[in-house]
Design a protein around this ligand. Structure first.
Ligand code: 13P
Length: 236
């Protein structure tokens, strides 16, 4: 399974380096074989000699150039980063990134062979509008995206579940993941208020191939426990 931590705007470079060491030492000491991804804040990227896959939370569709406040390919190459998160709800809804802009990023990093974790998910009003409107909204987030890209991972993160402590029911998560599987064979992670207390039941669901964890992942030991849960479920 794929167990991913989105550290968002948290942890300095020093703290991130310590965090990565903690996670790696847990994974290696227990011989865990899960795919573990960590997305640090941009300025916390570093030359990490680690078996954990480190990715960027965002990057502009450029090698370099005049795009104030953005980073490009050269900045990722400096740290041998080959994984990028695209379309996170905070980028869509707080920073106003459009589907068109996301498609540009997607295509740029796809051409370079990056592993892309592409996020989709509905805001509360779309959920409350009923299943067909909700699915229509999520489908619109697939527009222009090559769903057959071999290095694609989808993350389904309902906007209203992110950082709120609320989650869809387990049945709902399974239903939506099953519907999304019909659109793409890519693995699908669930994200949105995953905690050490619910991670195992979420991971056990059909068509859930992993989790993308925000706040709870900031506690290294909690994130480690979630990796161990995935391992337990796999050997069962
Ligand atoms: P929380 O786990 O804090 O709800 O955040 C989820 C998320 O946005 C991961 O990308």
């Amino acid at each position: 399974m794929i167990i991913a931590a989105n550290l968002k705007t948290n942890l300095t470079r020093k703290e991130t380096n310590e965090y990565l060491k903690e996670i790696e030492s847990f994974v290696t000491s227990k011989n865990l074989t899960q795919e573990v991804l960590v997305f640090p804040a941009m300025s916390s990227l570093d030359h990490n000699d680690t078996s954990i896959i480190v990715g960027a939370q965002n990057a502009y569709a450029t090698r370099d150039g005049a795009f104030t406040g953005e980073i490009g390919l050269v900045h990722l190459e400096e740290f041998a980063i080959k994984t990028v998160l695209i379309g996170h709800s905070e980028r869509r809804h707080i920073l106003g990134e459009t589907q068109e802009e996301l498609v540009k990023k997607f295509n740029y990093y796809k051409e370079l062979g990056f592993k892309i974790v592409y996020c989709v998910g509905e805001p509360l009003d779309k959920r409350e509008a009923g299943k067909s409107e909700m699915m229509e909204y999520i489908t619109s987030q697939y527009a222009g995206i090559d769903t057959e890209y071999e290095n694609l991972i989808i993350a389904y993160e309902p906007v209203w579940a992110i950082g709120t402590g609320l989650t869809p029911s387990l049945e709902d998560i399974e239903d939506i993941h099953t519907a999304l599987k019909a659109k793409s064979t890519a693995p699908i992670l669930y994200g949105g208020s995953v905690k050490v207390t619910n991670a195992k039941e979420v991971l056990a669901l059909k068509n859930v191939d992993g989790i993308l964890v925000g706040s709870a992942a900031l506690y290294g030991e909690h994130f480690c426990s979630m990796i161990a849960f995935a391992q337990e479920l796999e050997v069962q």
